[in-house]
Design a protein around this ligand. Structure first.
Ligand code: UTP
Length: 303
């Protein structure tokens, strides 16, 4: 895909819904939100906020549900821990502990009941007002070397309307995602979206291109969501709200992502994310890679 520039866009706001139940990761997510599970030593959600800030979106609204306290605490100051680290002179850890409180302007709003992603986004309407804004799912990790959100903001600035991130997942996996019907555009990585359907059966899917957890949305989405009845799974679906915008003739485009992405709400993908990011770290990487080489030799031996 074309690499986007890092020029800041006029949009500064991002909504991060973190109120889902996280049933795929139970029992770990009984008391801990799945977005707080550590990927090496940083909660998944902090990577998402880092990505937002890098793309020029430092005004963050998290839509929380039950267990919100762990998320709020992480993005708040911790005077006791900070004082202990200061006494020890551990400046590196002190900076790491302060980072989540300093990197962005983080706000919280409560979604009383987990009525669906569309409903969660609607809860953020007073924060967004009449601006274009981004939505990032707290369990969808995009590798920091792949500038997907930057590219989506660039496409929105060019075409207006809304822009979704798309991934080729293969037709046998499409029933887990929102699927789209598309037409090509002049840019190789950009398509125009003509129809959307949430969690279609294979034979009803318009394509095997799935919507993944990055959106840049026009504020008209809120009126559309207010009129959206519960859809797949009895939930108010963001996909259905965006479909209403496309049907009304608003431009909806997709950026087809070909980079590295992990769904940290899925156990296998979570494990892959931890292994890959740990192996690439400067501090842990060398020793961990040695271990992986030994470990995979053992596996080959025992198979
Ligand atoms: P998921 O589809 O992954 O659902 O939500 P989930 O309930 O969190 O997880 P599983 O499937 O039961 O394991 C996609 C995103 O939308 C948020 C979730 O927190 C997640 O980031 N969400 C979903 C809400 O904020 N509110 C909702 O009512 C539903």
């Amino acid at each position: 895909m074309t690499q986007a520039s890092r020029t800041p866009s006029p949009t500064r706001k991002v909504v991060i819904p973190v109120a889902g139940l996280g049933t795929r990761f139970l029992p770990a997510t009984k008391a801990v939100p799945k977005e707080m599970l550590p990927v090496v030593d940083v909660p998944a959600l902090q990577y998402i906020v880092e990505e937002a800030v890098r793309a020029g979106l430092p005004e963050v609204m998290m839509v929380t549900g039950r267990n919100k306290s762990a998320i709020e605490d992480h993005f708040d100051r911790m005077p006791e821990i900070e004082a202990a680290l200061e006494r020890k002179g551990d400046h590196a850890r002190l900076a790491a502990v302060r980072r989540p409180t300093e990197m962005a302007d983080v706000h919280f709003i409560r979604q009383g009941q987990a009525l669906g992603l569309g409903h969660a986004v609607l809860c953020a309407a007073p924060f967004v007002g009449n601006d274009v804004f981004a939505v990032m799912l707290g369990d969808d990790l995009i590798d920091s070397r792949d500038l997907l959100l930057e590219r989506m903001l660039e496409v929105q600035a060019q075409h207006g309307g809304s822009v979704l991130a798309l991934l080729e997942v293969g037709i046998s996996n499409i029933d887990k995602y929102g699927a789209v019907a598309v037409q090509p555009t002049d840019a190789e990585d950009v398509v125009r979206i003509t129809d959307l359907v949430e969690k279609p059966r294979q034979e009803q899917a318009p394509s095997s291109l799935a919507i993944i957890g990055r959106y840049v949305l026009a504020p008209e989405i809120f009126a559309a969501l207010r009129d959206t009845p519960p859809g797949a799974g009895g939930e108010i679906q963001l996909t259905d709200g965006i479909k209403a915008l496309a049907t009304a003739g608003q431009p909806v485009h997709g950026v087809v992502f070909t980079g590295r992405r992990y769904d940290t709400g899925d156990r296998l993908d979570y494990l892959k994310a931890v292994v890959r990011l740990a192996a690439e770290r400067d501090d842990l990487g060398p020793a961990f890679r040695d271990f992986l080489v030994e470990f995979s030799a053992d596996l080959t031996h025992t198979q």
